[in-house]
Design a protein around this ligand. Structure first.
Ligand code: FAD
Ligand code: UDP
Length: 383
């Protein structure tokens, strides 16, 4: 009898497995329907021997020191500041939009203060900022919005930015200085030996078993367990009974080139041209030295593995219905990007999993839990 059946070996599932096994001595089974651990953060060496990210570029960044400290138990880090260029009007210029972006695109020589005024002249007055269009046009005006955001967002999400919650494009700041880093967080690092090695270390407790290529739907009634942590799509857990929650998918085209370097930075975005949104060259992320180089092209898709919740009001409304069901389902905890339908970065998922562990510890003190299990018998607690 397992104390916990954890569905999904990504950040949400692995952090909880680690905490429950190592902090409480609980017996944990982690299952994943894929053939590897790590969820979307999984990385591997390709045929040429280059470390690549199977599901697109994953860069760790956070302002939360406790989250970094927690993960530091399982990996060493390599400092890495992410930089991205966008190919606009035939030039590759920095994104987030900054002083150099505007000067290069328009052949100007503005200083930071002048750029503030330049933006202010172009910014549109928006009464209430609700959508992903509002966020950008109210800061930099319609022309830059159309060059950098409208096409990319339509490609990535299959809908116009005016139909997406403001939180989507608000992920990308606008700067009036020359800072060309993609993220502004205090801590920006990559796991020194890759994400998969870090996950192996998290899941190394003798109290944790891992079963891959195992779908919850096939084994939920076969594996004796007391409680469940579910990190897959929440609508799938409930048999889509209120209808499907939309998730955006991607197709990843991984290629290796017989050249040492392909592009000037780790990621180049294509907001105006191409069917793909961006191209990633992994050597920048990993620091690997190799005579060849490996890249990933990302092609957005409506169907396929669910990667992104789609933040818009009607989807949030549908999610709330599932959330209500989830709250009424005893002995199952829903955690992670797909199960809580949140466009979370890795650090936010780790934070959410650690908070869930604290809630579990309060609800089920380790000793009391054992006593409760003994007195009630296993069946009474199995959901
Ligand atoms: P997942 O990693 O999706 O793990 C869930 C696991 O559950 C999956 O492995 C799945 O196979 C398994 N599962 C689902 N249903 C079942 C079932 N029925 N039975 C068995 N197993 C099941 N974050 C950053 O911080 N920085 C970045 O640079 C970054 N880049 C990203 C780029 C892309 C292209 C994508 C898609 C995401 C990116 N993220 C990034 C976000 C990051 O991937 C997520 O925050 C994080 O991986 C979510 O972890 P999770 O455990 O919630 O979900
Ligand atoms: N975005 C854009 N143009 C860009 C970069 C981002 O329009 O050059 C928008 C787009 O809607 C994207 C969102 O901003 O989905 C968030 O970008 P981010 O790079 O954070 O996306 P992720 O890495 O999560 O795919």
């Amino acid at each position: 009898m397992y104390d916990w059946l954890i569905v999904g070996a990504g950040f949400a599932g692995s952090v909880l497995a680690e905490r429950l096994a190592n902090e409480r001595g609980d017996r944990v089974l982690v299952i994943d329907r894929r053939n590897h651990i790590g969820g979307n953060a999984y990385d591997r060496y390709d045929d040429a021997g280059l470390l690549i990210h199977q599901y697109g570029p994953h860069i760790f960044h956070t302002n939360a020191k406790p989250i970094l400290d927690y993960l530091s138990r399982f990996t060493e880090w390599r400092p890495y500041e992410h930089r991205v260029l966008a190919e606009v009007d035939g030039q590759q210029v920095p994104i987030p939009i900054n002083l150099d972006t505007v000067n290069r695109l328009y052949g100007l020589d503005l200083e930071s203060e002048e750029l503030e005024a330049w933006f202010a002249e172009r910014a549109e007055r928006v009464e209430q900022i609700r959508t992903s269009e509002d966020v950008v046009v109210s800061k930099v005006g319609r022309e830059l919005y159309e060059k950098f955001f409208r096409g990319y967002t339509r490609k990535q999400w299959g809908v116009d930015p005016s139909e997406l919650d403001k939180s989507v494009t608000a992920r990308v700041p606008t700067r009036t200085n020359r800072d060309d880093r993609y993220f502004g967080d205090e801590f920006q690092v990559m796991p020194k030996h890759g994400y998969t090695r870090m996950f192996e270390s998290m899941l190394s407790s003798p109290n944790i078993n891992v079963m891959l290529q195992t779908d919850y739907r096939d084994v939920r009634d076969l594996i004796p367990h007391r409680r469940t942590i579910f990190t897959g799509p929440i609508d799938e857990f409930f048999g889509h009974r209120f209808g499907r929650l939309p998730y955006r998918s991607l197709r990843f085209d991984h290629v290796t080139l017989d050249t040492e370097q392909h592009q000037p930075v780790a990621v180049v975005n294509y907001p105006q041209t191409q069917d793909y949104t961006r191209v990633t060259e992994y050597k920048y992320l990993t620091g690997q030295v190799h005579p060849k180089t490996s890249l990933t092209y990302e092609y957005p898709a409506a169907d396929g593995d669910p990667y992104y919740p789609v933040p818009r009001p009607e989807n949030e409304e549908l999610f709330k219905k599932y959330e209500k069901l989830a709250n009424a389902t005893s002995d199952v905890w829903f955690v992670g990007r797909l199960a809580t339908y949140r466009y979370y970065n890795m650090d936010q998922v780790v934070g959410q999993a650690l908070a869930t562990f604290r809630r579990i510890s309060e609800a089920l003190p380790a000793d009391a839990d054992t006593r409760e299990v003994r007195s009630l018998g296993a069946n009474a607690l199995a959901s």
